[in-house]
Ligand binder design. Structure first.
Ligand SMILES: [Zn+2]
Length: 158
């Protein structure tokens, strides 16, 4: 029997300035993370996303936000965000053919993944930080741009 993982989906309209901002920062991680694409540092400021998350998750604190620019062939190795409670991905510039975000089933690797999220511009996906996931190599000619981040549960509600 496969587990059911909790994935929440919201929509926040991204503005063009976010994409320009991520592109102008470029890569600050030199391929040292699981994401083999251009990755910014961990503290991008994005007011629209932060204010919406604060409303949606009042018991959580946003600890980190970073931007990723996947070019053709870029991908993310299987990883999770241990040490946090909730993690998120906001698709700020993607098309329907862009590589999905896949949550494999580590207990039953021969079975279909627990979830496969098709990117859709403006969709915000929130998942448990311990759930492992990856992004297969990006095949589109354009950039696949996302903002990702981690939240922790506030002490008083733990
Ligand atoms: Zn695409």
């Amino acid at each position: 029997m496969q587990r059911i993982i909790n994935i929440e989906r919201f929509y926040i309209a991204p503005c063009a300035k976010i994409v320009d901002n991520i592109l102008s920062i470029g890569d600050e991680q030199n391929g040292t993370t699981a994401v083999k694409a251009d990755v910014t540092d961990w503290n991008i400021e994005e007011y629209t996303l932060e204010s919406q998350l604060n409303v949606l998750y009042p018991k959580h604190t946003i600890e980190e936000i970073w931007g990723c620019t996947y070019r053709q062939g870029d991908f993310a190795e299987t990883h999770c965000h241990r040490g946090f409670d909730k993690s998120f991905v906001w698709f700020v510039d993607t098309c329907t053919h862009c590589s999905p975000l896949i949550f494999p089933d580590p207990e039953h690797p021969w079975m279909p993944p627990l979830a496969s999220i098709r990117p859709s511009r403006g969709n915000l996906i929130v998942f448990n930080s311990n759930d492992i996931h990856y992004v297969p190599p990006h095949t589109c000619k354009h950039h696949r741009m996302v903002l990702s981040g981690n939240m922790s549960l506030n002490k008083e509600v733990q």
